[in-house]
Design a protein around this ligand. Sequence first.
Ligand SMILES: [Zn+2]
Length: 73
Amino acid sequence: MTTILIILIGVSFITVYKVIGEIMESRACPDDITLRKVVLGQIPKRDGTSKRVIRHLGTCNKCQAKVDELNQR
Ligand SMILES: [Zn+2]
Protein backbone atom coordinates (compact mmCIF):
# COMPACT_ATOMS: atom_id res chain seq x y z
CA MET A 1 0.00 0.00 0.00
CA THR A 2 2.78 2.43 0.92
CA THR A 3 4.59 1.68 -2.35
CA ILE A 4 1.52 2.68 -4.39
CA LEU A 5 1.23 5.89 -2.38
CA ILE A 6 4.89 6.74 -2.99
CA ILE A 7 4.49 6.09 -6.74
CA LEU A 8 1.35 8.24 -6.85
CA ILE A 9 3.11 11.11 -5.07
CA GLY A 10 6.08 10.73 -7.40
CA VAL A 11 3.88 10.86 -10.51
CA SER A 12 2.00 13.94 -9.30
CA PHE A 13 5.29 15.70 -8.57
CA ILE A 14 6.51 14.98 -12.11
CA THR A 15 3.22 16.28 -13.57
CA VAL A 16 3.38 19.49 -11.52
CA TYR A 17 7.02 19.96 -12.48
CA LYS A 18 6.19 19.57 -16.18
CA VAL A 19 3.28 22.02 -16.02
CA ILE A 20 5.39 24.62 -14.20
CA GLY A 21 8.15 24.13 -16.76
CA GLU A 22 5.70 24.74 -19.61
CA ILE A 23 4.31 27.87 -17.96
CA MET A 24 7.79 29.27 -17.36
CA GLU A 25 8.76 28.52 -20.94
CA SER A 26 5.71 30.20 -22.43
CA ARG A 27 6.34 33.26 -20.24
CA ALA A 28 9.81 33.89 -21.60
CA CYS A 29 9.78 36.07 -24.71
CA PRO A 30 10.88 34.31 -27.89
CA ASP A 31 13.73 35.98 -29.77
CA ASP A 32 12.88 38.30 -32.65
CA ILE A 33 13.89 35.80 -35.32
CA THR A 34 11.63 33.06 -33.94
CA LEU A 35 8.77 35.53 -33.49
CA ARG A 36 9.13 36.75 -37.08
CA LYS A 37 9.26 33.19 -38.43
CA VAL A 38 6.05 32.24 -36.61
CA VAL A 39 4.26 35.42 -37.72
CA LEU A 40 5.32 34.91 -41.34
CA GLY A 41 4.24 31.26 -41.18
CA GLN A 42 7.75 29.95 -41.75
CA ILE A 43 7.34 27.52 -38.85
CA PRO A 44 4.52 24.96 -39.22
CA LYS A 45 1.58 25.70 -36.92
CA ARG A 46 1.67 22.22 -35.38
CA ASP A 47 5.32 22.70 -34.42
CA GLY A 48 5.91 23.00 -30.68
CA THR A 49 7.80 26.29 -31.02
CA SER A 50 4.99 27.84 -33.04
CA LYS A 51 2.38 26.75 -30.50
CA ARG A 52 4.43 28.14 -27.64
CA VAL A 53 4.96 31.49 -29.36
CA ILE A 54 1.26 31.81 -30.23
CA ARG A 55 0.30 30.98 -26.65
CA HIS A 56 2.86 33.49 -25.42
CA LEU A 57 1.48 36.20 -27.71
CA GLY A 58 -1.86 35.90 -25.95
CA THR A 59 -0.28 37.05 -22.70
CA CYS A 60 2.58 39.36 -23.66
CA ASN A 61 1.98 42.97 -24.72
CA LYS A 62 5.61 43.47 -25.63
CA CYS A 63 5.55 40.70 -28.23
CA GLN A 64 2.13 41.78 -29.52
CA ALA A 65 3.63 45.20 -30.23
CA LYS A 66 6.50 43.54 -32.07
CA VAL A 67 4.05 41.54 -34.20
CA ASP A 68 2.15 44.74 -35.05
CA GLU A 69 5.42 46.27 -36.12
CA LEU A 70 6.21 43.24 -38.28
CA ASN A 71 2.78 43.38 -39.92
CA GLN A 72 3.16 47.05 -40.79
CA ARG A 73 6.29 46.43 -42.82
ZN1 LIG B 1 6.89 38.36 -24.94
